[in-house]
Design a binder for this molecule. Sequence first.
Ligand code: HEC
Length: 132
Amino acid sequence: MQKVTLSFFLLFSFFALLNCNQKPYAHGKIMYENFCVNCHMEDGSGLIGNIPPLAGADYLTKHADQLACVIRYGLEGEITVNGKKYSAPMAGVPQLTDVEIANIINYINHEWGNDNGYTTITQVKNQLKNCQ
Ligand code: HEC
């Protein structure tokens, strides 16, 4: 009987691990769908002329240390993403917690073929202390 219990336990752990590996940024994805998808779109392509893309965007690596500030406080003024200029303002989402912001950053940095490294919650907290 004990063996059976153990096998079930091992099987369960195996599937739990498998599931976890498949969707490492599932929470960030949910947050993205709630707060960002209307403008930046499901495929991260943005809206031509108005809203910059996140998929393949050089901004994410060039301004990696400002992403938490962009999400919490928004962004104003002209910016360049992949050689194109954008100037419509983006409103921030002040109600997101530091953890939620970290999850969103990790999601957008690993979705749509992006591979921009991992951002820790400590990094997010430090960034948020220095937003201009
Ligand atoms: C109402 C539309 C809108 C929403 C919602 C929105 N954005 Fe934006 N976002 C913009 C616009 C417009 C810009 C360009 C701002 C500028 O030109 O200064 C921008 C710029 C950005 C940039 C920098 C440029 C780039 O493309 O890399 C990032 C990163 C970004 N947004 C991420 C997010 C994330 C993450 C969310 C959700 C938490 C979000 N945005 C929600 C409209 C939006």
